[in-house]
Design a protein around this ligand. Structure first.
Ligand SMILES: CC(C)(COP(=O)(O)OP(=O)(O)OC[C@H]1O[C@@H](n2cnc3c(N)ncnc32)[C@H](O)[C@@H]1OP(=O)(O)O)[C@@H](O)C(=O)NCCC(=O)NCCS
Length: 158
């Protein structure tokens, strides 16, 4: 997809454009960088100055500006990730509880940081500036600025 990506996204840097797939109806802001073996699905909206790592699967989600998604993340449809959020390697978001109800979509607030290997359950809202410890399973909303960790993720005792 080398030539096609350069034509569609002249201000985006693809580390190896022949090993990236960007489906139709995708917006990517200028200055964003995209790693190798990453798939960006139709409808995704990615802001300016973002870093999307390698081996990522970005569904029809909305990412703000200056968002970092490290290697090996799975970002499900309907997720909203606000400006300046950092998502560590191997993070998974989910949107289906597999209990027959409607899909519900995680939201990660501005400048929150999500540690590597974490799982964000359907509909969970992570507040602005919060920190999720590595390897957490986040089952409940996280207040702004809180530090949570563990499975299930709970606020760290002082
Ligand atoms: C949660 C975190 C922010 C806490 O950092 P910290 O305040 O320096 O905490 P400490 O390392 O002093 O650990 C404090 C306690 O929490 C525990 N702890 C730390 N991180 C933990 C985690 N992710 N899950 C479970 N327990 C954790 C420690 O074992 C320690 O427990 P103890 O007092 O019983 O020994 C940090 O450990 C973390 O997970 N950061 C994310 C790292 C990451 O994924 N980076 C991605 C880019 S490389």
């Amino acid at each position: 997809m080398t030539d096609e990506l350069a034509r569609r996204f002249p201000a985006v840097h693809f580390y190896n454009p022949s090993l990236v797939e960007v489906q139709g109806d995708v917006a990517i802001g200028p200055g964003t960088r995209v790693g190798t073996f990453t798939l960006i699905h139709a409808g995704a909206r990615i802001g300016v100055g973002c870093t999307i790592g390698s081996h990522c699967n970005i569904h029809c989600a909305v990412l703000g500006d200056r968002v970092v998604i490290q290697t090996g993340c799975h970002i499900t449809r309907g997720v909203v990730i606000e400006d300046e959020v950092f998502v560590g390697p191997g993070v998974i978001t989910l949107n289906d509880k597999l209990r027959g109800g409607p899909l519900t979509f995680p939201r990660i607030g501005r400048a929150a940081r999500v540690g590597g290997g974490s799982v964000i359950l359907p509909g969970v809202v992570i507040g602005a500036g919060a920190v999720v410890g590595a390897g957490s399973v986040v089952t409940r909303d996280v207040p702004e600025g809180a530090v949570v960790l563990g499975n299930p993720a709970r606020a760290r005792r002082a």
